[in-house]
Design a protein around this ligand. Sequence first.
Ligand code: SF4
Ligand code: SF4
Length: 167
Amino acid sequence: MVIRVNYDADDNLSIEKVSEICLKCGVCCVVKEHACHAQLDSQFHPQYTYVYDCLGAESPSYNPNIWLCVSCHKCEELCPYGVSPIRFIESMKAKAFEEGLAHPVIFGEVTNVVSTAFAFPLTASSRRHRQQMGLSPLDESGADDLKKIADKTGLSIKIRQYRGKKQ
Ligand code: SF4
Ligand code: SF4
């Protein structure tokens, strides 16, 4: 039976404990064609994998490499020992976001989604191209609901704080 381990950003899970859970077998990062895509980055190799880098970092939420994870869940599916690196990494991303440590690109993406309801910038050019291709205009009405959600969850405050830091 596989026992899934739950990680929580508020758990203050010690690095030692995470290291104990992961047996450093490397399977999640070195199985050809099925492994973690972040492993392709040149700083990683079979003896030092992406997952070790994330789980073993001294301050995981400060590790910029956590943003290389695209949340594909392959590591979770491949791990023979029931470890779920993605859950740990996602918790660390949430912690980093809370602490204002998220990569600027991530803050930019989140800001764009909250203000437009789309993950990509809506430009005059993109609207024109849709029209030229005979596509209907995009429905931008979701932005109002997202703004309400962002206000209620405190995300709007985080975005404002981040903008304040940049200025
Ligand atoms: S979820 Fe993240 S860590 Fe896991 S395989 Fe995908 S990219 Fe790699
Ligand atoms: S997360 Fe699982 S598959 Fe990956 S190195 Fe650790 S024990 Fe091995």
